[in-house]
Ligand binder design. Structure first.
Ligand code: NDP
Length: 312
């Protein structure tokens, strides 16, 4: 027998937990399924210095706090992953990896997004120790240093520009000879005296030391003449795109911009009434913990309204 709930929240980042707090306080008795990485992307960062009201907190601690807030507000938190979702039928049906079924009158999708990585061994080794995929999270740690950014899209260019606030020099390395980023961003990039662009090149290896674990430079390869070059730098930002974690809703909800769930303007309502999307699953622009939390709040308020107005 499926477990019935008025509100099912899928995902345990700032969007999911904030939706849980608001949903619980609206007496919707939400059930939250944490997913494969309880706490989401913040659990793989170190210091968080832009969560308002807390000058500095470790990402995993922030997520533990959010989880315990959601729990104490009354949310039933389950450490399981939803692997199948049927939004074509109402009430909606969700199936977990462990074979449990949930029948939900409303759903908040907060499954987030994942930064794409190159998959290099050295990238994995120095992740969190000089290698990052989030300039706003980690740029501050490289004041007056040389930073390299890999990628040529909007994210790479925006991250490179943002990093010029801290770095002595930012070197953007792109695999082709033209950027994919919007022209206006490109213009700003080329005008910035702190920025150098290296074209037609790919990252081969991140070079560093073990004690303390930290980055010292990178090795890149020119794809045209195959020549290798070593560059000294303390920070390497991989900005080769983000992928929304949208596997559950493919062919069920409208998506755009590479798979992000479409929501109505100034709302978290998706193309199916009763299904709401909050945080990085829908947000390809801000991607901040605090904006995700804001959307989680909106989604819970909208779910409450949907349930109150629903014709049974
Ligand atoms: P994109 O997919 O737009 O760009 C990814 C970049 O990384 C491309 O330049 C690509 O190269 C490069 N890349 C991909 N894979 C590799 C690889 N294996 N090795 C080296 N380079 C690689 O991702 P973004 O995150 O930049 O943007 C995602 C979406 O979000 C886009 O629609 C973008 O417009 C949007 N966005 C909008 C913003 C805004 O409106 N302000 C801000 C940020 C993102 P190549 O060009 O050769 O394919």
């Amino acid at each position: 027998m499926p477990e019935k709930t008025k509100l099912l929240i899928i995902g345990s980042g700032p969007a999911g937990y904030t939706a849980a707090v608001y949903g619980s306080r609206a007496l919707l008795e939400p059930i939250l399924l944490q997913g494969i990485q309880p706490g989401g992307q913040l659990t793989i960062t170190t210091e968080v210095e832009n969560w308002p009201g807390v000058k500095e907190i470790q990402g995993p601690d922030l997520m533990t706090n959010l989880e315990s807030h959601a729990k104490s507000a009354g949310t039933k938190i389950i450490n399981e992953t939803i692997i199948k979702l049927n939004l074509k039928k109402y009430p909606f049906i969700a199936m977990s990896e462990g074979g449990n079924q949930y029948e939900a009158e409303s759903i908040i999708l907060a499954t987030g997004a994942q930064a794409k990585w190159l998959g290099l061994k050295s990238e994995e080794k120095y992740k969190g120790f000089g290698v990052s995929a989030c300039a706003t999270c980690d740029g501050f740690f490289f004041r007056n240093e040389i930073i390299t950014v890999i990628g040529g899209g909007n994210t790479a260019v925006e991250e490179a520009l943002f990093l010029t606030n801290f770095a002595r020099k930012v070197i953007l390395i792109h695999r082709r000879d033209t950027l994919r980023a919007e022209k206006i961003l490109q213009e700003r990039l080329f005008k910035n005296p702190k920025v150098e662009v290296i074209w037609n090149s790919q990252l081969k290896e991140i070079i560093g030391i073990d004690n303390p674990l930290s980055v010292e430079g990178i090795k890149i390869e020119n794809l045209l003449d195959k020549k290798e070059l070593e560059i000294s730098c303390k920070g390497v930002f991989i900005a080769i795109g983000h992928a929304p974690s949208n596997e559950l809703i493919i062919n069920q909800l409208e998506t755009h911009n590479g798979g992000y769930v479409v929501t109505k303007p100034n709302s978290t309502e998706t193309s199916i009434p009763g299904v709401f999307a909050a945080g990085d699953i829908t947000d390809f622009k801000y991607r901040q913990a605090v904006t995700a939390a804001g959307m989680g709040c909106m989604a819970a308020l909208e779910a409450e309204k949907f349930l109150a107005e629903k014709i049974v």
